[in-house]
Design a protein around this ligand. Structure first.
Ligand SMILES: [Zn+2]
Length: 285
């Protein structure tokens, strides 16, 4: 079973001390894949400090020199992987950035090149802001040779005329009808792959995430925990469940307790994992 951790919203606004508090220790055990915003617009995201919210000013990552140095060091040490997380992240028109816009190809290509130049790394994965993407966004990432952190699905851009779309759809439906938890595979859409994230937030539950992780271990699949460094100290909304950071820690402990687990970066998992496709279906689906 391949295990990975995705953390969204690193940007100009991130204090490297926050990342170090969140992942300094954990990243010695396995890599953390950070979804980074190249030019964060100070809108409504909780990753934007309150005093900046609603100003709509644009903040390039390289203007936070301390953070850039910290990330470059983490990449060099193999503790962090960098993924692309939108371009501006927040938009004043109220629509989600990668939902439906006519310049997404430019945003993906330019954002990717910028992050690769500033941080000295290679980007393999795109994570859409607020987990929302559409057909044009998928086309844009495929053109750049990137994979998707998340699962788009039929309603959010899988090509309706592709046999692969419906082969996947039927296989996943059968999995769920058999009582399968989550989606413990990488999904192969031919021009890109998708790796579903399992949210670790105040709204998630330990029981549900542990059930999905156990099923991923049982089918020798994949499990990607998706969280935010700025939320790890927040209590769960579910009585009896621990802080978000403690939820993440419990999932890590469970994953590491299985001798069948390999902890890799999201980019490595999505590039190498056994995947659901027309020609290579995992045995349990
Ligand atoms: Zn985000």
């Amino acid at each position: 079973m391949l295990f990975c951790i995705r953390d969204d919203d690193t940007s100009f606004f991130t204090d490297p001390d926050e990342l170090e508090r969140a992942y300094g220790e954990l990243s010695k055990w396995g890599p953390i894949s950070l979804a980074v915003v190249p030019f964060h617009r100070a809108g409504t995201s909780k990753g934007v400090p309150e005093k900046f919210r609603g100003r709509w000013s644009v903040h390039p990552l390289h203007e936070n020199r301390q953070l850039v140095d910290y990330l470059r060091g983490g990449v060099t040490d193999g503790r962090y992987e960098i993924m692309l997380h939108g371009y501006y992240h927040d938009e004043p028109d109220g629509r989600r950035e990668f939902e439906d816009r006519d310049d997404l190809a430019h945003r993906v290509a330019d954002g990717r090149k910028y992050l690769e130049d500033v941080l000295g790394c290679r980007i393999r994965v795109f994570v859409p802001p607020r987990n929302t993407i559409g057909r044009e966004g998928l086309t844009a990432i495929a053109r750049e040779g990137l994979h998707l952190g998340g699962a788009a699905g039929v309603r959010s851009g899988w090509p309706l005329l592709s046999p692969r779309t419906w082969a996947l759809w039927f296989r996943l439906r059968r999995w769920r009808r058999q009582g399968g938890a989550g989606t413990p595979w990488v999904l192969d859409l031919e021009d890109h792959r998708e790796i579903p994230g399992n949210a670790v937030t105040p709204l998630s539950t330990v029981a549900q995430n542990e059930a999905i992780l156990r099923s991923a271990i049982a089918v020798d699949g994949v499990f990607c925990a998706a969280t935010h460094y700025w939320e790890l100290g927040v209590p769960s909304r579910h009585p009896g469940d621990p802080l978000v950071g403690e939820q993440l820690r419990r999932l890590i402990d469970l994953a590491r307790s299985s001798p069948r687990t390999t902890w890799q970066s999201v980019g490595d998992v999505v590039s190498s994992a056994m995947r659901v496709s027309r020609t290579s279906a995992p045995c349990a689906v």
